[in-house]
Design a protein around this ligand. Structure first.
Ligand code: SF4
Length: 349
């Protein structure tokens, strides 16, 4: 299952980051220890995204050395793919709850977010990306977006492009996003800028693919400092896969409508609308949406109102077609096929 941590606003596993760069991160232990002291805490919960879970025990050791003996440090064993994916069970049962690897999706005192910024040098790959961007003399306008873990270099990236003659366009997306220029696997609102080309700096192809689907009129150049490659987003293969799934679901009678119970992944109204419209639709609630968990349901097709990446990345692994809510509308004939678009997610919780 892959979702939004590149590890960060998304998913490290997609990018190979954890494997290719064995980096030292700043776990901000001082901030955690300070919170333990201030709150007289006896229970500390730590949550890591999948790509960083193996580091958990060492961080727990370091914290244990710094806090009184009666403090219990717990590691969340739940899967975690994004800032949308807090372990609420652990959060409720601990005095200090720390979520590593993502920037906050919502301001709350209940969670200490430790974003773990990447220390990969982004400029060599940005230099290479200039070959794919228009010459600034022809078109100086370029949008710039990145993922949460490269956010610490965002201003430098802007200046870098600026020094090379570009006029850099950036914006902060909606309240699902913490920073200006930040994108999530389900939200590209920060690329709604006035430029025909966008430079995405970050690992993996999923984010820029979503970006290109959301903004078909823009040339999306991918500068991936993790895998050290520059590419241009190509949506064709992705679109073919999605059309194939929609076609398979067109004859479906019984629909399973998935409502995800993870704190930042639930779209209740969307699920409710489908149910209201289709008497052969059944609401299925779950936290992790996996092929195994759905196998025993006797459905012809599913529509996932939770994390869009489960549908698009892992769709082929489900035993029946798995569609996004927009694709469902096409499969049941409410919308034409050419309205197929990327499933984006707005709001927090
Ligand atoms: S819902 Fe969005 S932020 Fe959460 S894991 Fe999925 S793509 Fe990432």
């Amino acid at each position: 299952m892959s979702q939004d941590s590149e590890y960060s606003e998304g998913d490290l596993r997609n990018t190979g980051m954890s494997l290719k760069h064995d980096r030292e991160w700043d776990y901000e232990l001082d901030r955690i220890v300070e919170a333990v002291e201030e709150r007289d805490a006896t229970k500390v919960g730590l949550q890591f995204p999948e790509g960083l879970k193996r580091r958990g025990p060492r961080v727990a050791d370091d914290i244990r050395e710094l806090v009184p003996d009666d403090v219990t440090v717990m590691l969340s064993g739940q899967p975690c793919y994004g800032a949308c994916d807090l372990d609420t069970f652990l959060m409720k049962r601990t005095d200090v709850f720390v979520h590593f690897g993502h920037s906050p999706m919502k301001n709350t005192d209940k969670v200490i977010y430790v974003p773990l910024f990447s220390n990969v040098d982004v400029f060599p790959i940005m230099e290479e990306s200039l070959d794919e961007l228009a010459d600034p003399e022809d078109d100086p306008h370029v949008g710039l977006v990145t993922t949460a873990q490269h956010m610490n270099r965002f201003e430098e990236m802007k200046s870098w492009l600026d020094e090379r003659g570009y006029e850099v366009h950036t914006r902060r997306g909606d309240d699902r996003l913490t920073h200006e220029g930040q994108v999530l696997g389900c939200n590209y609102a920060s690329a709604d800028i006035d430029a025909d080309q966008v430079l995405y700096v970050g690992g993996g192809k999923f984010h820029p693919l979503g970006l290109a689907m959301e903004h078909p009129d823009k040339n999306v150049v991918i500068a991936d400092p993790v895998n050290n490659v520059v590419t241009v987003a190509d949506t064709e293969k992705f679109l073919k896969q999605r059309y194939a799934s929609v076609h398979k679901a067109m004859d479906a009678e019984k629909w399973g409508v998935i409502f995800c119970t993870k704190i930042g992944q639930g779209r209740w109204e969307q699920a409710q609308e489908i149910l209201d419209d289709n008497e052969n639709a059944y609401l299925i609630t779950m936290d992790e949406v996996t092929p195994d968990r759905l196998r025993n349901f006797d459905m012809d097709a599913f529509v996932n109102t939770g994390c869009p990446r489960i549908t698009t990345d892992d769709g082929p692994q489900f035993h029946k077609p798995m569609l996004t809510p927009g694709e469902y509308e096409i499969a049941v004939g409410n919308k034409p096929l050419d309205e197929l678009s990327f499933d984006t997610f707005h709001g927090t919780w």
